[in-house]
Design a protein around this ligand. Sequence first.
Ligand code: SF4
Length: 244
Amino acid sequence: MFDPIELAEKTRRDVCRDLSRKYYRFRPARFYGGIATADCVGCCLRCVFCWSWKVVSTPKTSGQFYSPEDVARRLTSIAKKKRLKKMRISGNEPTICREHLIKVLENIDESYLFILETNGILIGSDESYAEDLSRFSNLFVRVSLKGACGEEFSRLTGAVPEGFDLQLKALENLVRHGVDCHPACMISFSSPENLDALRRRLKAIHLNFGDFEAEELIPYPHVVERLKKLGYDLGHYGIGKGQE
Ligand code: SF4
């Protein structure tokens, strides 16, 4: 098991350089009704179901460095060309290069909704990160919980169970600083009892959070193959039915 904060620090050395950060793709995507997307390189977790595992596991050799101005310019150009009103950084974990992310946000016109998809670890470990994000009125943060409790989190991500508390803490910090946010949870590997307990914990942070977004595993062939290699009995979780 590893400490996700330490892994974030190590990854930062590979994917952040001055104010620039590594990305491996810029594209329009169909999610959220259409969204301009920049796919970044580098993450502080190692989820067994990660759909971009190839990039997550090779931060040194994946992608190229882009300045925040260039990222904002590319997102804006995609949004204009495809008439999209939303943007995001996706792929790996957008919060790893903090100064870069803040600069990207500063360079995005406020008329666009920026959706920050994060595992929340770094926002949970440092409240001032949430405070920094609270400056942006066009920002919405989606915190993706990896499992429903510390034990599930650890089994799914390889990180210490305390990382799950940081995910919840991120929501607390964001709420405290008035940042528009909501939780999503990967439920495919969770027991109903753990999901009920999670709902109670989330409600205690914000009443609306009891109604969290349920994220289910997308059985891309490369994801299914990796899970099988890791010894997961996919039938047990009802995953991949009709895919084989
Ligand atoms: S947090 Fe997201 S990008 Fe990082 S390993 Fe997990 S699924 Fe992959």
